[in-house]
Design a protein around this ligand. Structure first.
Ligand SMILES: *Cc1c(COP(=O)(O)O)cnc(C)c1O
Ligand SMILES: [Zn+2]
Length: 414
């Protein structure tokens, strides 16, 4: 393993690679620390290219011992040039990383395959999580695939699609009457009492590392270089922080020229504590009570909010928030110009991209990568009343009169 220890992000004290997540001295969060010399020697472009078509091609950068114990082949999702969306926004070089293409249709498969692999390596028999939905889907699927017992805790008012897509795997789904922050508090209590691996509580340092692979793949798919700017959705702030770290690591081990992309974060106004702190120039993040259709991003007290704030400021980026209407417009714009139907989180990200393009914070010539992290089929209600269709009897005249003569401009055959 190239990972050496867990290190406190505040005071730098180190700990063994166990199921620990806070520093005993200063209560700072722990993060995995690596021997980068060892990674530099091992992780050549050739070795990565010869690896599996999944995030496990970057195993040298992940805190696991051997082969992945829990593998649904997450990652290595498409990155493509979004010409029509770019044109719509007045940009020239825009790429979309389509992480809806993961096994359970969100980027959470990346963090879960790493967390569960490490949890089983450490000898845990039961896995659990506190989730805003997508994590629940992913933990349930990976637990089912590996025959591991799982308890999944979600807010009771979660989208029905996400609850069904979790319970279908035969795991224990516990709906908690409260918001995500209530669920998370309960899970922290349970975690201190039971010897279970809570993927985003006591194994969080390992879980979080999975998100770096989004940066690795982006660089590899661009031909081993970093883009100028990235736009990333922010819930707890972990994903954004780790994309930032991922590009840094590639520079550190010499796989790309040292270059830190400008990191921009996306939140909903209805739950935008990190965006608010950014706007007000604060060093800390004030918790809020979430009220937004972007439920997968509805974390009012984000664990890594301060680090997301730092990453954005350090790189010259911003954390921006958008209205509920902009979220819906963002979903539609992405769908109509790229063919990707994203959930509300992707609506937030697309809407923030649109704002940054309109305000000039993203210039037409900036090579920009936007991360679309979840699938629209999981949040149908958000857009259900914005779509329009025709309905007719199976009669030609009705088609002519009620469809063609109404509002459709038929393009002439060439
Ligand atoms: C969880 C999630 C995020 C953000 O995750 P954090 O690491 O908590 O900031 C983004 N998009 C989707 C779809 C998610 O489910
Ligand atoms: Zn510490």
């Amino acid at each position: 393993m190239t990972a050496e220890s867990l290190r406190c992000k505040e005071c730098g004290r180190t700990y063994p690679l166990k199921a620990l997540f806070v520093c005993e001295f200063c209560f700072g969060p722990l993060e995995v620390a690596y021997d980068y010399e060892k990674i530099r020697r091992r992780a050549t472009k050739e070795r990565i290219a010869a690896g599996p078509p999944s995030l496990w091609r970057y195993a040298d950068f992940l805190p696991v011992n051997g082969r992945p114990a829990v593998d649904l082949q997450a990652g290595y999702t498409p990155l493509f040039r979004a010409g029509r969306l770019a044109a719509e926004l007045g940009l020239k070089k825009l790429w979309v990383k389509n992480d809806t293409a993961n096994p359970t249709h969100s980027f959470k498969d990346r963090v879960v395959t790493v967390a569960l692999t490490r949890a089983l390596e450490m000898g845990f028999g039961v896995v659990a999580c506190a989730s805003t939905g997508n994590l629940a889907n992913s933990v349930a699927a990976h637990a089912a695939a590996s025959g591991t017992q799982a308890f999944v805790f979600v807010p009771a008012d979660l989208e029905i699609q996400k609850i069904i897509a979790t319970a279908i795997y035969g795991v224990n789904v516990v709906k908690v009457r409260g918001n995500y922050d209530d669920v998370n508090r309960l899970c922290t209590e349970i975690a201190s009492d039971k010897n279970w691996a809570f993927v985003n509580v006591n194994v969080r340092p390992y879980y979080a590392e999975g998100s770096k692979t989004l940066a690795f793949e982006t660089a590899e798919q661009l031909g081993w270089r970093a883009p100028d700017k990235v736009v990333v959705p922010v819930a707890s702030g972990s994903l954004l922080t780790k994309i930032h770290k991922g590009f840094w690591e590639l520079g550190e081990v010499g796989l790309i020229r040292r270059k830190q992309p400008v990191v921009c974060g996306a939140q909903a106004e209805g739950c935008g504590p990190v965006a608010a702190a950014f706007r007000e120039g604060l060093e800390h993040v004030r918790p809020v009570k979430p009220k937004t259709i972007a439920k997968s991003l509805a974390i009012g007290n984000p664990a890594d909010g301060v680090f997301a704030l730092e990453a954005a400021r350090q790189t010259g980026g911003v954390i921006e928030s958008v209205s509920e209407q902009e979220i819906v417009d963002g979903i539609r714009l992405l769908a109509e110009t790229t063919g990707i139907f994203t959930e509300t989180a992707g609506g937030v990200t697309t809407a923030v991209l649109a704002r940054l393009a309109a305000s000039g914070k993203i210039h037409p010539q900036d090579e920009t990568v936007v991360y679309i992290t979840g699938d629209g089929l999981k949040t149908l209600d958000a857009v259900a009343d914005t779509i329009s269709t025709f309905e007719i009897d199976p009669v030609l005249s009705q088609f002519e009169e009620q469809v063609l003569q109404q509002h459709v401009e038929v393009i002439k055959e060439p």
